[in-house]
Structures are given as structure tokens and as C-alpha cells.
Design a protein around this ligand. Structure first.
Ligand code: AHR
Length: 512
């Protein structure tokens, strides 16, 4: 009898551990993970720009260079931010760039009508943004005003920023404003959320407008190719993508956007920190929906562009909750917990695995807004769990994606279930392989067996981000509560790699 019980137990445990199986094709990589998948987004919203990135040149004790705060800049450099989208968001379609150039005391003010009707004094404008991108080593992505601007205004912006000296009045104006040589600006958005805050347009109408605006955006130097990005669909609006791909000639279309936020319900978003497991589960359902969105928008794009010349840019993504109690409701300031680390880890795995089509993504937003990587409070800053995931994953930037398949246990909530494990892998230029794994299960450790095909690794090491509560976060009082540590839960035996992933953990392994 004892023997039978033992056999049943052994079989059960074998079955359980056999459920999380990852297969890695270490010699089958052909696509590059575009580093721009690790991009960010900065809008004139709340304290993203003012107080977050920029503190002005006068009267501040916060160390800065030309008004850009150095603590934030240094932290962002460690992330290797590849591309930064600006000035919105909804703000972009109200923004007139000429208000933000020239002597600061002559710049007109405006009301920021989307974000709390606060005064925007335009002290942070084109020169400040583009100079900051140079300090950061990030490529700028400018979002043009289509909703309330004109083709002339956008065409002038292109000329002001990238046309050679002496070629027209705009480069002359740039020179008058202290910048002789053009900046390098490759990425241009033609409007933002044209279906909503960018003008409430229908896709057919927007496609026509896009064609008109794109026509007058000319590169001054033939070597500087402009990369034009169409304002993309909200979530599962596949018809929007279909119409754009059908109606815009592909020689004037380099990418189509997609926006998707992990929000429980627009009218009932729930708190950023004090959430229940049900709320966590629903947030993860929304986050993991990205897999279906990317696959189905890609399938629509494949119909018109089977060679995948037109990229997908998921130029807004991230978790969206209620603002922190006592803060301005229009400023979208929220804390960032291990839940956000789970969103970041799983979403980046999805983008990595779809890098044949997804060439850019921009987390919303970089500082103090929504799923920020940095929060500031006067002279203090904290790095959020999302920051740490972005930093751990930056080894995938411009590496070759290695195909990986995952058979996962379920993370269950009542009658519903999600896959507990998510993974992606890449090989960098020096031949080192990295696997990033996430266990979203809020309660159970998951054992994962990785079958390695096509490589003989002899050493494994790694880092882990986890904490003892899914609600844990870094605060100004306790800034290092959640931070990466050395991972000791992996063992390698020939082509078999065994990993133990604690509940809600993100692990990045290095295999040599
Ligand atoms: O990121 C906040 C807002 O969300 C952006 O301004 C807008 O594009 C989106 O709806």
C-alpha cells in the first residue's frame, strides 16, 4: 500500500513540475530585438516635465544642467533609454512648438487643457527637449500637432530641427536661438490618438489627413531619413489599423501606433498600492491581452505588408490606477508596486517575442506619471520596481531574439485562469544568451524546466526582482524596499536548466 502511495505521489509531483516547460532554440535566432522597444514617453502632464525632468535654470537647489535634473538624468542613463516620445499624448495636439522657442521671458503661456487647466509657461520647449535627449543619448520622437495645428506648422518644425543651416528661414531661426547645427530627429508622430483627444476623427478621414501632413515633412539631408508614425488604434480597434494600412501609401508610412493601458475599468481603476488579489489578477488579464493585440494588429498589417516593412509602435502602454490620495486628479501621479514589475516583465517579453513587427514601444510615462520608472519629490527621487525591470531587461536591446516556447501552469482566480509563466530570450553581440522569466502567480512558486536546443552552456547566473508582498513599493522613506538581488534558484546540468521562480518574481538569467 505504502509503495502504491509513493508511486502516485511521485507521478503527481512529476506531472506538476512537468507543466512548466520552456524550450529554447538557442541556434535559431534571426530577428533583432529593436532597442526602441525599451522606449519611454514624456508628456507635459502633471510633474513629468516640470519638477520631474526639468527644474529650470534659476532658483533651484536641485543639481541640474541647463535645467535638466542630474539625478534623474543619471538614473535614466543606466536604463539606456533608446528613444523618448514628446510632448504628448493628448497635449501634443494642442501644442504649438513656436511658443516654446526663443528667450524664455518672451515665450507665451497657455492653459494645459487636457491636464488640469494648469498654466504651461513653455519654458521647456524644443531646444530644451532635444538637448536633453542628447545628454541622455536617446533618440527623440516628436509627436506633431495634427488636431489643432497645420501642415505648415509641422513642416516648419521638421525644418527647424533637422534642416541644414542656411537652407530656409527655420534653420536660421534655430541658429538665432543658439543652436547652429541640426539635431538628429528621425522619429515623427503625425498626431496622437486621432480617434479621440487628437481630433475625434474617423480612420478614413485621418488616413487622408495623414497623407497631407506627411507630404510636407521633408528631410533636409538625404542621409537623415524621416521615420513617420501614424497615430494608431486604441486597444482592439483592428479596423483602425486596417484602414490606415489600406489607405496610406506605404512609401509615406514607416510605422503604425497602438495604445493599450492595463486598466481594470475606466470608471473604477482601483488604488495603485492597496489593491486586492482580484484587482491584481484583473490588471494582469489586461496586461496579458497585449499578446492578442499585437498578434491581431500584426495579422491585419500582414495582409497589406507581408514583408513587414511597416513597423508597429506600441507608443503608449502601462498600468493606470487611481491617483495617489491627496494629489491632483489630472496629474496621473501613481505609486508603482511589484504588480507594475509584473506588467513590465510580461509586456516586454511579448514585445521581444514579436520583434519581427514591433520595432518600438513607449512606456507611459517616464517620470511621475502613470507607470513611471522614477518618482520625484522636490530634491528626492526613487526608482520604482518598473525601473528595475527595465534595467534588468536592457540586455535584450539590439540582441538577436531566440525563439522560445512556454508550457505553463495556470494562475487561477475563481473560474478564470492565466498562464503563470512568461519568457523571452536573446543572444547579444558577444554571444551571451539571456532569458527573462516572469512568474505572475501571487501565491505559488513555480518550477520551470528549460530544454536547451542548439547550444552547450556551462554556466548560469542571474538576478531577481521580488518582494514579500505584491503590494510592496519603494517610498521616499524606504527607497530600496524593492530592488534586484542575485538569483540562486537556477541549476544547469548539460542541456537541462531547472529554475525555481518565487511568486510574483522577475528573473533575468545569463547563460554562457
Ligand atoms: O498617457 C496619458 C494619456 O493617455 C495620453 O496623453 C493619451 O495619449 C492617452 O490617452
Amino acid at each position: 500500500m505504502k509503495k502504491i502511495v509513493l508511486i502516485i505521489c511521485t507521478t503527481l509531483s512529476l506531472n506538476l513540475s512537468a507543466q512548466n516547460v520552456v524550450s529554447l532554440q538557442a541556434d535559431k535566432g534571426s530577428e533583432i530585438i529593436n532597442k526602441n522597444i525599451y522606449g519611454h514617453f514624456a508628456e507635459h502632464l502633471g510633474h513629468c516635465i516640470y519638477g520631474g525632468l526639468y527644474v529650470g535654470d534659476n532658483n533651484t537647489k536641485i543639481p541640474n544642467k541647463e535645467g535638466i535634473r542630474l539625478d534623474v538624468l543619471d538614473a535614466l542613463k543606466k536604463l539606456k533609454v533608446p528613444v523618448l516620445r514628446w510632448p504628448g499624448g493628448c497635449f501634443a495636439d494642442t501644442y504649438h512648438w513656436k511658443d516654446g522657442i526663443g528667450p524664455k521671458d518672451k515665450r507665451p503661456s497657455m492653459l494645459n487643457v487636457w491636464w488640469g487647466n494648469v498654466k504651461e509657461d513653455n519654458s521647456f520647449g524644443t531646444n530644451e527637449f532635444l538637448n536633453m535627449c542628447e545628454m541622455l543619448g536617446a533618440e527623440p520622437y516628436l509627436s506633431g500637432n495634427v488636431g489643432s495645428g497645420t501642415p505648415q506648422e509641422l513642416s516648419d518644425w521638421v525644418k527647424y530641427t533637422i534642416h541644414p543651416n542656411g537652407s530656409s528661414p527655420m534653420p536660421d531661426l534655430r541658429q538665432q536661438n543658439g543652436r547652429a547645427n541640426p539635431w538628429h530627429v528621425k522619429y515623427w508622430g503625425i498626431g496622437n490618438e486621432a480617434w479621440g483627444c487628437g481630433g475625434n476623427m474617423k480612420p478614413e478621414y485621418y488616413a487622408n489627413i495623414y497623407r497631407q501632413y506627411a507630404t510636407f515633412m521633408t528631410n533636409g539631408d538625404p542621409k537623415e531619413k524621416i521615420f513617420r508614425i501614424a497615430s494608431g488604434a486604441s486597444d482592439a480597434d483592428y479596423n483602425w489599423t486596417e484602414v490606415l494600412m489600406r489607405d496610406i501609401p506605404h512609401n509615406m508610412l514607416d510605422a503604425v501606433g497602438v495604445h493599450h493601458y492595463s486598466v481594470i475599468e475606466w470608471g473604477k481603476k482601483g488604488p495603485a498600492t492597496n489593491f486586492t488579489e482580484e484587482e491584481y489578477y484583473t490588471t494582469m488579464q489586461r496586461a496579458l491581452q497585449m499578446e492578442e493585440l499585437v498578434s491581431r494588429h500584426s495579422a491585419v498589417m500582414d495582409k497589406y505588408d507581408p514583408k513587414k516593412r511597416v513597423a508597429m509602435a506600441v507608443d503608449e502602454w502601462g498600468g493606470w490606477y487611481d491617483v495617489e490620495p491627496g494629489t491632483n486628479g489630472a496629474f496621473l501621479y501613481q505609486q508603482n508596486t511589484m504588480r507594475d514589475a509584473m506588467i513590465a516583465g510580461t509586456t516586454l517579453n511579448i514585445f521581444n517575442n514579436h520583434c519581427d513587427r514591433v520595432k518600438m514601444a513607449n512606456l507611459a510615462q517616464i517620470v511621475n506619471v502613470l507607470q513611471a520608472v522614477i518618482l520625484t519629490n522636490d530634491e528626492k527621487i526613487i526608482l520604482t520596481p518598473t525601473y528595475h525591470v527595465m534595467e534588468m531587461y536592457n540586455i535584450h536591446q539590439d540582441a538577436t531574439m531566440l525563439p522560445i516556447s512556454v508550457t505553463s501552469n495556470d494562475y487561477k482566480m475563481g473560474k478564470e485562469k492565466l498562464k503563470a509563466i512568461s519568457a523571452s530570450a536573446s543572444k547579444d553581440k558577444s554571444g551571451v544568451t539571456h532569458i527573462s522569466l516572469v512568474n505572475i502567480d501571487a501565491n505559488k512558486e513555480q518550477e520551470v524546466s528549460v530544454n536547451i536546443n542548439g547550444a552547450n552552456y556551462t554556466a548560469v547566473s542571474g538576478r531577481i526582482l521580488t518582494s514579500d508582498k505584491i503590494q510592496n513599493y519603494n517610498s521616499f522613506e524606504n527607497p530600496n524596499k524593492v530592488k534586484p538581488t542575485t538569483f540562486t534558484g537556477a541549476s544547469l546540468n548539460g542541456s537541462a536548466l531547472k529554475i525555481k521562480l518565487p511568486p510574483y518574481s522577475v528573473v533575468v538569467l545569463e547563460l554562457k
